[in-house]
Ligand binder design. Structure first.
Ligand SMILES: Cc1ncc(COP(=O)(O)O)c(C=O)c1O
Length: 499
């Protein structure tokens, strides 16, 4: 696809400006440009076509099935967008005095109350802007709590699972804790023996996703919670997989003391590729004094921000957090009402439906009832035909699907982690099954098709490291021909999409 600069022709314009009848502003000569800016010059139809074509080159949940495990790419109801665009929400200034922002404060307070109920815990802060920031905030709460009870120096270690999402160990390290990993047992649960050997008086806490990134609910969770509580440690629930259990089981009832909820996953919010997220944390009563300020509280019939909390860890995000995400999540939850449980039940049903259809064509490392996602392996395809999880993922793009998460969790070789979500109809699931089965057949019969894939997308297989580390995002003009050459090189890889 040609760049705007390559399409540019001198003198073409996309707009007509009225003639200016005010005296020209006096700009000192030394501040004036010596030559006009080098902007591309195009007429409006070409400009519109350019950006419209670009907009069709991204894959999104609105363009197709997006079973990216752990990311919960579900449909975002459009009514949420209407609600968030109401002027009272959209135009609200973060410095608006409380009396003039009662509706917004009430919405935040109500959302906190709902999240407390969903988590089965006692107090909530909406401030963190993502799951990963919720993790860091939760660990800061642990530190504040242990310092408060005089065990700050003693407790220096956090335990995570070897299936943990990368943000877990990163948050542990950022929070200044030592990291200890516990193995996964043959059924996909935390290895309780390994755990017992590692939990002691130095353990500040556990950080765990349940269901795990294998899509499996830990069958020993009560025992696990007891081991930590008996050692005086706390349990942190990484709520990224809440879409499996919402309205069915509650982290607080499982024994967790701190939970983050990824609003953008469970309660829908356009995300991925930089969309805003929300990672509220919900805690047991004894941790409430340490929550970030300001807290959103209800006083009689009014709502206000409470700043005076002497034990608080302070602020973790500007103002009161990502407000637009709160509005969308609240709208989403209210639309479901008591049917929120059905959301998770359908997500689990959809995952198990796919699993049942695909289990004979791919390896299934843990043969158990899946939750909202499941992990297959391309191990046998690799051994017998040299076809890897990456090849399967790339070929799926030719069939019109976003690939699943691959090579994660790390404990499964050639992992393919599939999360269909509850918003996909049976026909979509069936079509995806057909594609996955066809690909398994191609791996045996025409493996070169998989090695060459994708052939029908705007770009083929890129050097992903170079694309991430050396993205060419500016035009080189004649002074920097190397930039243009690099961009040209990338474009040579482009497939013949529509051309
Ligand atoms: C299991 C798990 N934990 C934590 C996170 C981090 O959440 P966020 O992307 O909101 O920072 C993710 C995100 O993908 C996840 O899948």
């Amino acid at each position: 696809m040609e760049l705007l600069y390559e399409k540019s022709k001198p003198g073409r314009r996309a707009s007509t400006l009225p003639s200016y009848d005010l005296p020209a502003a006096e700009v000192p000569a030394d501040l004036r440009r010596s030559e006009p800016p080098r902007l591309p010059e195009l007429a409006e139809p070409e400009l519109v076509r350019h950006f419209t074509e670009l907009s069709t080159r991204n894959f999104g949940i609105d363009t197709g099935f997006y079973p990216l495990g752990s990311c919960t790419m579900k449909h975002n109801p459009r009514v949420n967008e209407r609600v968030v665009m109401l002027p009272g929400f959209k135009d609200l200034h973060p410095h608006q005095e409380e009396a003039g922002a009662q509706g917004a404060l009430e919405l935040m307070w109500r959302l906190q109350e709902i999240l407390k109920e969903v988590a089965g815990l006692d107090a909530c802060s909406l401030q963190p802007a993502a799951g990963s920031q919720g993790e860091l905030t939760g660990l800061m709460l642990m530190r504040a709590y242990f310092e408060d009870i005089g065990q700050g120096d003693q407790r220096d270690t956090i335990i995570t699972a070897d299936t943990a999402h990368g943000t877990n160990p990163a948050s542990v390290t950022m929070a200044g804790y030592k990291l200890e990993k516990v193995a996964t047992d043959a059924r996909g649960n935390l290895d309780v023996d390994d755990l017992r050997a590692k939990v002691n008086e130095r353990t500040a806490g556990l950080m765990l996703t349940n269901p795990s990134t294998l899509g499996l609910f830990d069958e020993n969770i009560e025992q696990v919670a007891k081991i930590f509580h008996d050692a005086g440690s706390l349990l942190y629930y990484d709520g990224a997989n809440l879409n499996a259990v919402c309205g069915i089981s509650r982290p607080g009832d499982m024994g967790f003391d701190i939970v983050h909820i990824n609003l953008h996953k469970t309660f829908s919010q356009p995300h991925g590729g930089g969309g805003p997220g929300g990672g509220p944390i919900v805690v047991r009563e004894k941790l409430e004094p340490f929550l970030p300020v300001p807290a959103v509280v209800k006083d009689g019939d009014a709502f206000r921000l409470e700043h005076d909390r002497p034990k608080s860890i302070g602020k973790v995000r500007g103002f009161t957090g990502p407000f637009g995400v709160f509005v969308r999540s609240y709208a989403y939850i209210r639309a479901y009402g008591p049917g929120l449980r059905e959301m998770s039940e359908t997500a689990v049903l959809n995952a198990n439906y796919l699993l049942a259809k695909l289990r004979d064509a791919y390896d299934l490392p843990y043969d158990r009832l899946a939750m909202h996602e499941f992990v297959l392996s391309a191990r046998t395809l690799k051994r017998e035909h040299g076809i890897t999880a990456l090849d399967v993922a790339k070929r799926l793009m030719d069939y019109g699907y976003h690939p699943p998460t691959i090579y994660f969790p790390l404990v499964v070789p050639e992992a393919l982690m599939i999360e269909p979500t509850e918003t996909e109809p049976k026909e979509r699931l069936d079509a995806f099954v057909e594609a996955m089965l066809a690909i398994a057949g191609e791996a045996a019969e025409t493996p070169e098709l998989l090695k060459e894939a994708p052939t029908s997308r705007p770009v083929r297989r890129l050097d992903e490291v170079k694309a991430a580390k050396r993205a060419v995002v500016k035009y080189g003009f004649e002074e920097h021909p190397d930039l243009s050459a690099e961009a040209g090189e990338v474009r040579q890889l482009e497939a013949q999409k529509g051309a």
